[in-house]
Every structure is written in C-alpha cells, then in structure tokens.
Unconditional design. Structure first.
Length: 212
C-alpha cells in the first residue's frame, strides 16, 4: 500500500514547522488523503544530507509513495541540490507534491504539464552533474600539475548508491534472497553485478549470517 509522507525543515524558527505542517494537512484534507508521517527538523540547509534526514526520507519512500513539501527550498540549499534530489525521487516512481509552487511531479501521471516539468528537471540535473564533474576534473588536474598526490588511501571504501538501502539489503540476504533477485525485484536501480560487488566489499553476507 502506498504511503504519504511529509518533509518539514526550517533553519531556526521552530514555529515555522507548525505552519508547514498545518499547510500540508490542509492540502491533504482538500485532496482527501492522509499523511502517515512527518519528518520534521530545525536545521540549516548547509548540514549534510544525513543530518537533514534526507537519507532517512529516501530509505522510507518506495515506488508509488507520495512526498509532500511546502516549497522546494525545504529540500536543499541550492537549486542543483534540490533538482538532483527530485530527479532521483521521480525516477524511483515517487510522486513529489510542492504546495507553494503548485507542482505535482509524478512520472506515472499522464499530464503534459507534469511530464514537461519532470523532463526539464531531469535535464537540469544532468547538466548540474556534468558541471560538477568538469569542475572536479579541472581541480584534480590543477593539483596534479602542482605535484599533489591524488586519490584515497589504499583500502578506502567509497560511498555507493546502495548505502541508503544497506539495512534492507542485509535483511533480504538474511532471508536467503539472492543478490540478483534483490537488484531486479526489490531495489529497482543499479545492476546485479554492481550490487554483488557492493555486498562482497562490505561483507554484508557475513553480517546477514550473524543475524540468523
């Protein structure tokens, strides 16, 4: 069954959290839907994605669910950050409703305005990632030219797209589900080979074995 979650964030004024909650509840009442849970916090947008509970939000949302926010700025500190997050949500089959901007972003919705907006956001997200990649390469090239040693220490495990679903992956492994089945039927992104590599490098099978 699909869920309806709301994300509320304010930098300092806790009273604004109540205003956001009331605004979302009134919108939900008008649309005849019920909000199952609110993720609410008072924290600067400069904090990390984990600290702002965005990772938690992504882990709790599944295909077919709906996320409510009062305005786009609640989701991040920059346009690029917000666009990339919405692009990831929509591509995972999650409907994003932004009340103040009157946006309903749903890939499954046969609505030309929604589809046009999603296409634009996707293009902007791709452009943002390309620009970040170019700036990173230029910075690395400059450091290399200065003789600075590049790269992480040997043995360092980098972040992965699967990190947000680590708990879910371990639990499925504990139940005897194969990496291929997890990739194709439970996650909906990535590839069986990359997931298997993630499981092996993190020792998740051993972790799941200990939970039996």
């Amino acid at each position: 069954m699909s869920k309806h979650l709301a994300y509320l964030r304010t930098s300092t004024d806790k009273q604004d959290l109540n205003n956001q909650k009331l605004e979302i509840l009134e919108y939900a009442r008008q649309k005849g839907v019920q909000i199952e849970d609110f993720i609410a916090l008072s924290m600067s947008s400069r904090k990390s994605q984990r600290e702002r509970r965005i990772d938690e939000l992504l882990a709790r949302l599944d295909e077919g669910d709906t996320l409510f926010v009062t305005e786009l700025s609640r989701l991040g500190r920059s346009t690029g950050q917000v666009i990339n997050l919405i692009d990831a949500l929509v591509n995972n089959g999650i409907c994003v409703i932004v009340i103040k901007q009157n946006l309903v972003l749903n890939k499954a919705q046969d609505d030309i305005q929604s589809l046009t907006m999603i296409t634009m956001l996707s293009l902007f997200a791709q452009l943002e990632r390309m620009m970040i990649s170019r700036r990173t390469k230029e910075a690395l090239a400059a450091k290399k030219a200065q003789g600075v040693s590049l790269g992480k220490p040997k043995g360092t495990i980098q972040q992965s797209i699967y990190d947000k679903d680590r708990g879910k992956i371990v639990e499925l492994l504990r139940l005897g589900v194969s990496a291929r089945h997890i990739s194709l039927h439970h996650l909906g992104y990535g590839y069986p080979s990359s997931l298997n590599y993630y499981i092996n490098t993190r020792g998740l099978r051993e972790e799941a074995e200990k939970l039996k």
